[in-house]
Design a protein around this ligand. Structure first.
Ligand code: TEU
Length: 575
């Protein structure tokens, strides 16, 4: 949590108050089912993670965000929790967790837990108790609405996983709310007992030594009572969200000011204006949020499955607005991939001929924005989408529900499979490809989800042996750069050439130091205009005016320096 405010980007470095530690940090996300399997059952686990910590410390990341490892029926791959206080035997034991945490700390890294408290599993004892009777003392811990005479649902809200967001509990004759699967009932945050129970469980994990939380769909916890009562068509965030987060800060974090903790709230649909409020250190809510604007630009009108091509100018406009909006107050988190998104190199880059170039270009562009970058497992070696061609290869509840719904609505099998191929969350959920071989070095058993064909060539072993063309090495250098470089950490961001459909270019400025990033977001050569920026002009002229030529900080095409960027080339210059 911030004990010191984030200085405005324009502040002279010499005069600035020390910025929070996470301005220098990079976070790595482990999605445990598919990271590494230690016991050969085909599912990743804590033993597997412990065996691969060297990989993460070589990469140089500062924080590990661990997706849920709590007991869970695994309807939504662990985002349906039935016990907040221990580890699912699928992944290991609490003792192993303590050992993992100690090892992570010994390597100088932090470990952040996933906190999924918008909803629980329907198998959580709280819900089992709540649904037992309308008079249950826990009834009000969840969101119930009575049957109406016309039999209609309480609101028209839709579940994120297809179908209505309400399920009728036959036994008690009332509807319960679930923004996600029916097996994920939403907690009622208006009830102070619920809030106290969540604070208490957070306390127990912090006492154990974890370094903070990534908070799942945390902007969903406060449902607008007005829109609930009015039976509104769309879900609306309730105004109490800020009260809830401030209360959480007071109860859980305020007295731990001596520790360097991290809080990041996942917030689908959050606006820049709200994000400023959520992350303004003075308001004591969260350190940063995951916003969704840039990952829904290629959604069609209906849902993410009606995808449309992404225009680079839209992406720049969106990310640029977030840079601007959080320049003076608040802080950005930076991500392209996670366990809910397709692989970034397949979605934004070229995962065929230009895989190395586009994977490294995406990394440089993302990591050199102002904010805290997040690396999703496998992205550091440029892993690609799964390219599944049959329904039985998919595992994700969202994909399976989508298939059922779309087929029922008349879509052909081929049409549905095509949309899943592009947008299924399983694209990012296949095993990390450590080495060539049947289980891709991920497992000695049968993996719970297929290793894609790319497992034969795109591996950690192959990538790390590929010298100048190692994606891992490029990420390692970017992460190290952020550790040491105040311009990368805090420099003001300026987008250049916003209307160009192929060039992603920006500067970062702190005092009289400047970085320039020029990235050719296309498979054709790109002619740079020296007038784009004085730094570029100086770099491209034979005799730079007024002193030393700009330095190439990092680039993905060795020896390149002229006015032509090759396909997917990125260059980072410093003056
Ligand atoms: O995701 C929240 C969310 O709104 C989306 O990312 C969603 O899962 C998906 O993109 C719909 O298309 C969080 C978790 O990250 C996700 O894995 C969980 O399934 C979800 O919450 C419920 O806990």
């Amino acid at each position: 949590m911030p004990s010191t405010p984030v200085p405005a980007a324009v502040v002279d470095p010499a005069a600035a108050t020390p910025a929070p530690w996470w301005t220098r940090a990079t976070v790595y996300q482990i999605w445990p089912r598919s990271f590494a399997d230690g016991d050969g059952d085909g599912i990743g686990d804590l033993a597997g993670i412990r065996s691969k910590l060297g990989h993460l410390s070589d990469l140089g990341v500062d924080v590990i965000w661990l997706s849920p490892v709590y007991p869970s029926p695994q309807v939504d791959a662990g985002y349906d929790i039935s016990d907040y206080d221990t580890i699912d035997p699928l992944f290991g034991t609490l003792e192993e967790f303590d050992e993992l945490l100690a090892e992570v700390h010994a390597l100088g890294m932090k470990l952040v837990m996933d906190l999924v408290v918008n909803h629980t599993s329907d198998q959580h004892p709280w819900f089992v108790e709540a649904r037992s009777s309308v008079d249950s003392p826990k009834r009000d811990w969840y969101v119930w609405r009575p049957q109406r005479p016309d039999g209609a649902r309480p609101t028209e809200w839709r579940s994120a996983f297809s179908g209505p967001a309400w399920t009728l509990d036959e036994a008690t004759g009332e509807w319960y709310l679930h923004m996600f699967a029916a097996a994920q009932p939403d907690l009622n945050w208006a009830n102070p007992e619920v809030r106290a129970a969540v604070h208490a469980l957070m306390d127990r994990w912090l006492d154990r030594g974890v370094d903070g939380f990534r908070m799942d769909v945390i902007n969903h916890i406060a449902k607008s009572p007005a829109s609930l009562e009015a039976g509104a068509a769309g879900f609306e965030m309730g105004a109490q969200i800020h009260d809830h987060l401030q209360e959480m800060h007071r109860e859980v974090f305020a007295h731990r000011g001596d520790r360097e903790l991290l809080t990041v709230g996942e917030m689908p649909g959050v606006s820049v204006e709200d994000a400023v409020l959520f992350t303004d250190p003075a308001r004591r809510e969260l350190d940063m949020v995951f916003q969704f604007e840039h990952v829904v630009l290629d959604n069609g009108p209906g849902s993410k499955f009606d995808h449309v091509p992404l225009r680079l100018t839209d992406l720049k406009r969106s990310l640029g607005r977030w840079q601007e909006g959080l320049a003076e107050r608040g802080w950005n988190s930076l991500y392209l991939g996670n366990h809910d998104q397709p692989r970034s190199v397949s979605r934004y880059g070229d995962d065929g001929r230009w895989r190395y170039e586009s994977a490294t270009l995406l990394a440089a562009v993302l990591h050199l924005h102002r904010g805290t970058p997040y690396v999703y497992q496998g992205d550091e070696i440029g892993m690609t989408n799964a390219r599944f061609t049959r329904l039985d290869q998919y595992r994700d509840v969202e994909s399976l529900n989508r298939h059922q719904e779309a087929r029922a609505a008349g879509a052909t099998e081929e049409e549905v499979l095509e949309t899943l191929r592009v947008r299924s969350r399983d694209n990012g959920r296949t095993p990390v490809q450590w080495a060539d071989g049947p289980g891709a070095g991920f497992t000695t058993g049968t993996p719970w989800i297929e290793v894609p064909a790319s497992g034969a060539e795109i591996t950690v072993a192959a990538d790390r042996a590929s010298g100048e063309r190692s994606v891992f090495d490029f990420y390692r250098r970017l992460i190290a750069l952020r550790h040491d470089d105040r311009v990368v950490q805090l420099g003001a961001f300026t987008m250049l050439a916003p209307d160009d459909e192929r060039l992603y270019a920006f500067t970062r400025t702190l005092g009289d130091e400047r970085l320039l990033v020029v990235a050719n977001w296309s498979g054709e050569p790109y002619e740079l205009d020296p007038a784009l920026d004085p730094l570029l002009g100086a770099a491209l002229s034979a005799v730079p005016a007024g002193g030393a030529a700009p330095e190439l900080v990092i680039g993905n095409v060795p020896g390149s320096s002229g006015p032509t960027l090759s396909p997917w080339e990125v260059r980072v210059l410093r003056a």
